[in-house]
Design a protein around this ligand. Sequence first.
Ligand SMILES: NC(=O)c1ccc[n+]([C@@H]2O[C@H](COP(=O)([O-])OP(=O)(O)OC[C@H]3O[C@@H](n4cnc5c(N)ncnc54)[C@H](O)[C@@H]3O)[C@@H](O)[C@H]2O)c1
Length: 382
Amino acid sequence: MSQEINQPRLNAAIIGCGRVSIKHIRAIAKLGDRIRLCALVDNNPDAPSHLLSSCKAGGKYFKADKATLKTYIDYKEMLSAEKPDIVAIALPSGLHYQIAKDCLMAGANILLEKPMTMSNKTSRELYELAQEQGKKIAMGHIYRYFPIVSLLAEDMGNGVFGKVGHGSVVVRWGHGDDYYSQAAWRGTWKSDGGALMNQTVHALDLMCYLMQSEAVSANGTIARRFRNMEAEDTAMGVFHFANGALCQVEGTTATLPNDHEASFFINAEKANIRIGLHKGKPSYSITNTKGKNLAFRYLRRYIKQYGFSHLISVAKNPHFGIYKDLYQAITTNSNPIADGRSGYLAVDMVLGFYRSALKKNEVELPLPNEFKVEEMAKLELR
Ligand SMILES: NC(=O)c1ccc[n+]([C@@H]2O[C@H](COP(=O)([O-])OP(=O)(O)OC[C@H]3O[C@@H](n4cnc5c(N)ncnc54)[C@H](O)[C@@H]3O)[C@@H](O)[C@H]2O)c1
């Protein structure tokens, strides 16, 4: 990747050097001509070196950057010493709000892992703070960056597919008890939530994006069937969207860990859209009223617009797409595809679903008052 004339190189720091950070490092390394990794922060002093050795990221720029990379155990110290342009927050979800707020206040743009925060009020607060500070929030909503998804959303917004009737989402993202015992925060109401808040939130965000609308009510129920954790491992429910569409959701981590599946179906007037991911293999089908599958047409259009190497990079690591998009948003003062609004709308959906499960009733969205995930501890799960 050659550095274009006058293309600024932005400094990025990552707070949290755990499981997901590997994807961040690989993305930054691939965008080395535009983004320089200046610091890694983790309160476990061994985590940064372990992360760097396990991710095997290369590239001319990244190799040189590693020589000057600083590590910190205190993120506040890092913020005042480095003054980074971008801070990626890859911390246990219960820590997102306070640390994201401190980063925005320190003048950084942020890449915030999902879910945005653990309450509807704090998610909106971060969004508003970023607006006030003139800073960008890019959310770790990776499904938006899958190949052709942005084109489908664009066409949906332009009315190409007509009205949306309904959608259906399945997320069977099995995790064993070993996953939940890896870190104390996993599967807790206070710091994580369950299959909905951690895994299915991606899919809820994608449905908002593809349907170009937002949920106005939620009716759901949750259970803990197999996993040894505090929160739910299985959730089923229905959302109403502002455009009149219904959306059915199944989200679970109780399925087998080696059989991951996520699938999305949208029934629009002029097309049936199916996007699937099974054991890492993607599938797309966009069937028009004549029964023709337009998936290859979309793929060709995507390659024409973004290039083949971009397609391969996002297919391998959607975080590449998030960083590239955030860079573009900062340098051209535009909005990232997965912006702060997408962050709070997805949290709204999960919290509406949870509250509906708690109250055993359909609830309207957005919820009128603050609702925190930890309030779900009141519900006795079966
Ligand atoms: N977008 C995605 O595809 C995706 C995938 C996985 C996880 N996530 C999200 O990313 C976040 C992190 O998940 P993970 O699986 O990497 O977690 P993890 O437990 O593996 O890593 C978290 C890291 O944060 C560090 N940490 C904890 N408290 C800290 C503090 N106060 N200061 C500095 N470091 C601290 C821990 O030592 C650990 O290294 C979660 O919010 C999760 O929902 C997103």
